[in-house]
Design a protein around this ligand. Structure first.
Ligand code: AMP
Length: 444
């Protein structure tokens, strides 16, 4: 199958060729004809599957072929994303796909001045990528109108709900034209997502692409068990032993990111960190330097790392396991992309056994374990398997409270994490309440 057989026009085929896309990925093969045919879409696809081109390319074709010229302060297509980084990344992809088309595109998000965004929107833009909070701010200040809107895309919808954007999504939904095409992409389909889909979509076509970490074996994953307090030491030991050249490291909290970066820099190791407390420009600079291989180790929280597109990243290290199991899939999706092989190593301490179990259940695999010589944990990490069973409780669980009904109380982890600055205070995806009653609000 080729992109031409999917019905794409020549200017788009040229852009894709320039980018080196030869064959459509499975999500593209299914989504492109459906979007071109005007269908609503509900797609289970996560980052790394090529989903961005799956919705953006046919969307650009519709904008180029159909509909009126955009008028002042209007948008014809809107792509909603959960974070600034993803907004930048999706817009960059859109810009490349639209290279040979006479269409205007732009991205708006919070954390930067609103005035230049208002100026830019004056003439109207054909395709706008936006985070929900800033989009509403712009709408309320009359910088945006939706009367010309043809298509709405909700990208990483599960993440938007995780981040507490359900109220914003509801408010946006109420001001959009009823007659429009809507495409919803989500890595997971919780009840809250289904409810959102039920409200926003009209007779959608469902597309499901197997999570790459379950289906494809391009990412070699394993766990190294260790005591919590020895994680930094173990990380440095593994870094030296493995002669790691470029590593993306995930830590649970902002403080955790800062502490590890400081430790590494103190040893003369070229490291930088990104998290939600840092200004957008600083985050972008750190990311650009990492991409350009000027920084060897980038330590990030999940929110800050969301949507990072770094090609051929050989290694991802989970310094802490993610609180939300689905984030594990997003994290390791940074490596082993487009057929290249990658490695994902998780440093796991006894406290994290329930998180490990949740990941293994979600990914339907038991992650192989290793113990490094001289780093044997004093607090043994109980055995786990993909059935969700934790064979033995840790000897000294830190906060041994369990929830009233559930097997695992991942929510407690959120609360018992660093009270000063958890990033963010999210609850496990499956426990997210329904649309409009989402967890604490947090703007990216
Ligand atoms: P996404 O899942 O949209 O974040 O895309 C993941 C990566 O795959 C990005 O670096 C894309 O540029 C790349 N990509 C998307 N579609 C294709 C394709 N058909 N062939 C090769 N690379 C692709």
């Amino acid at each position: 199958m080729t992109f031409a057989t999917l019905g794409l026009i020549e200017p788009l085929l040229r852009s894709l060729e320039t980018l080196g896309y030869q064959t459509p990925t499975p999500v593209q093969a299914q989504a492109i004809p459906a979007v071109l045919a005007g269908r609503d879409l509900m797609a289970a696809a996560q980052t790394g599957t090529g989903k961005t081109a799956g919705f953006a390319v046919p969307l650009l074709q519709l904008l180029a072929m159909e509909g009126p010229k955009v008028t002042a302060n209007s948008v014809r297509a809107l792509i909603l994303v959960p974070t600034r980084e993803l907004a930048e990344q999706v817009h960059e992809a859109v810009r490349q796909y639209a290279e040979n088309l006479p269409l205007s595109t732009y991205a708006v998000y919070g954390g930067v001045s609103i005035n230049p965004q208002m100026m830019k929107l004056r003439k109207g833009v054909d395709l706008l990528v936006a985070t929900p909070g800033r989009l509403l701010d712009l709408f309320r200040q009359n910088a945006l109108k939706f009367n010309q809107l043809q298509t709405l895309v909700l990208d990483e919808a599960d993440r938007m709900l995780d981040l507490g954007f359900s109220e914003e999504l509801g408010n946006i939904y109420r001001v959009l034209p009823k007659k429009r095409q809507t495409l919803l992409f989500s890595a997971t389909f919780s009840d809250a997502i289904r409810l959102l889909a039920g409200q926003m979509l009209n007779d959608p076509l469902s597309i499901e692409v197997s999570p790459r970490n379950v289906a494809a074996n391009t990412v070699k994953q394993w766990v190294v068990t260790v005591d919590k307090k020895r994680k930094p030491e173990l990380f440095i030991h593994l870094l030296r032993k493995g002669k790691w050249k470029q590593v993306l490291v995930f830590a649970k909290t902002r403080n955790g990111v800062d502490a590890l970066v400081e430790k590494l820099q103190g040893l003369g190791i070229n490291a930088d960190g990104i998290h939600g407390d840092k200004p957008q420009a600083t985050r972008q600079r750190a990311l650009d330097r990492f991409k350009a291989s000027e920084v060897q180790i980038l330590v990030a929280t999940d929110v800050a790392a969301r949507g990072l597109d770094i090609e051929d990243l050989p290694l991802v290290v989970n310094f802490d396991l993610p609180i939300v199991a689905e984030d594990y899939i997003h994290r390791i999706g940074r490596t082993g992309r487009a057929g290249s092989t990658g490695q994902a190593i998780s440093l796991v301490c006894a406290d994290e056994v329930n998180l490990l179990s949740a990941i293994e259940t979600l990914t339907r695999q038991t992650l192989p374990r290793q113990v490094e010589h001289d780093f044997e944990p004093e607090h043994r990490v109980p055995d786990t398997d993909a059935s969700g069973q934790v064979v033995k409780k840790p000897k000294k669980p830190k906060k041994p409270k369990t929830s009233s009904g559930g097997k695992r109380n991942l929510g407690k982890w959120v609360e018992s994490g660093e009270a000063s600055a958890p990033e963010p205070s999210i609850k496990p995806v499956r426990k997210v309440p329904v649309f409009n009653t989402g967890p604490r609000k947090r703007k990216p």
